[in-house]
Design a protein around this ligand. Structure first.
Ligand SMILES: [Cu+2]
Length: 314
């Protein structure tokens, strides 16, 4: 509202003295909103694989006219259920046409807001555009769902996020301390790199099993590894893949390298999916990224300790 318009509005109230007071009050109330118009050009985040109107992927439930619409946002811990949702298109109808990214029309990431219980799954879609997958939330709390997809006719990938409420016992799990090692089921995965906020850096994961380097990693969804990084605090989402494609019959490992850009300093949870001997595994890391750069050096003595956190795939 212009000052003149505010004045006219004030004058409508009658007295001249009141008019000035009203103009001042309305002006003060209106200016900040007018000033809060979105910037025409926002900086790209440089990482992950989608731009979200200047915002990092995974933070918004709607973007570019598309909306992540879960059938329900209430679940019961421990109960076998189905996650069901649609992606509503700009016409308000469920989207039924997608462009595949990494061999799937849609990737669904499920994680509790304390960053425990990570799942990366692939629901199926019915003819009407409703996605569903059987799912059991292991514990209560607020869980975040991310839908990572590329609708037909859009030239970029979208990652929309929404929260669901799971009733049941909720014991928050603190993030594990930053470590360059993760061990589980006989596998050891080490992480090396020097991430700097806002700059593309190389992260290299090296996989061994029973102390021997793994040299026969299998392609999983077109790559030897899939890396999802979630920023602690707001759960912004970054999804990276190695530069090289992996096709059936190829063997990878022991190292998998990603070019990734952490948009800001902060703490990130990294989830690396890889396939070996017919099974998909997830290695989890906590990384603290500084504005000056962080060097992740594997410790001289490898005594990895970790708590088993629920994770899975389908
Ligand atoms: Cu996926």
């Amino acid at each position: 509202m212009t000052r003149a318009a505010a004045l006219r509005l004030g004058a409508f109230a009658g007295a001249l003295a009141l008019a000035f007071a009203a103009a001042f009050a309305i002006g003060a109330a209106v200016e900040p909103i007018a000033a809060a118009k979105p910037e025409a050009s926002m900086e790209g985040h440089g990482g992950g694989h989608s731009e979200s109107g200047g915002q990092l992927p995974g933070l918004a439930v709607s973007d570019a006219g598309y909306t992540f619409a879960p059938q329900t946002t209430f679940y019961q811990a421990g109960a076998k259920t189905a996650l069901r949702f649609t992606i509503q298109g700009p016409d308000g109808k469920p989207v039924t046409q997608y462009q595949q990214t990494h061999e799937k029309d849609l990737h669904l990431i499920v994680v509790r807001r304390d960053l425990s219980g990570f799942h990366h799954v692939h629901p199926t879609r019915d003819a009407g555009g409703t996605w569903s997958i059987p799912f059991t939330f292991t514990a209560g709390g607020t869980w975040r769902l991310y839908a990572d997809f590329k609708p037909a006719g859009l030239d970029r990938t979208l990652t929309l996020g929404t929260d669901v409420n799971v009733s049941g016992l909720y014991i928050p799990v603190p993030l594990s301390e930053p470590s360059s090692n993760y061990s589980f089921h006989g596998y050891d995965v080490t992480l090396a790199g020097s991430p700097v906020a806002g700059k593309e850096t190389e992260l290299t994961f090296t996989v061994s099993r029973g102390g021997k380097p793994v040299t026969d990693l299998q392609p999983y969804l077109g790559a030897f590894g899939h890396l999802v990084s979630l920023r602690s605090g707001d759960l912004a989402y970054l999804h990276n893949h190695p530069a090289e494609e992996a096709t059936a019959g190829m063997k990878g490992g022991p190292s998998i390298t990603f070019g990734t850009t952490f948009p800001t300093a902060g703490t990130y949870s990294l989830f690396l999916d890889f396939q070996h001997a017919g099974a998909v595994h997830t290695a989890e890391f906590t990384v603290r990224v500084g504005s000056e750069g962080t060097t992740i050096v594997p410790p001289a003595t490898v005594t990895p300790e970790h708590e088993e956190t629920p994770h899975g795939h389908s």
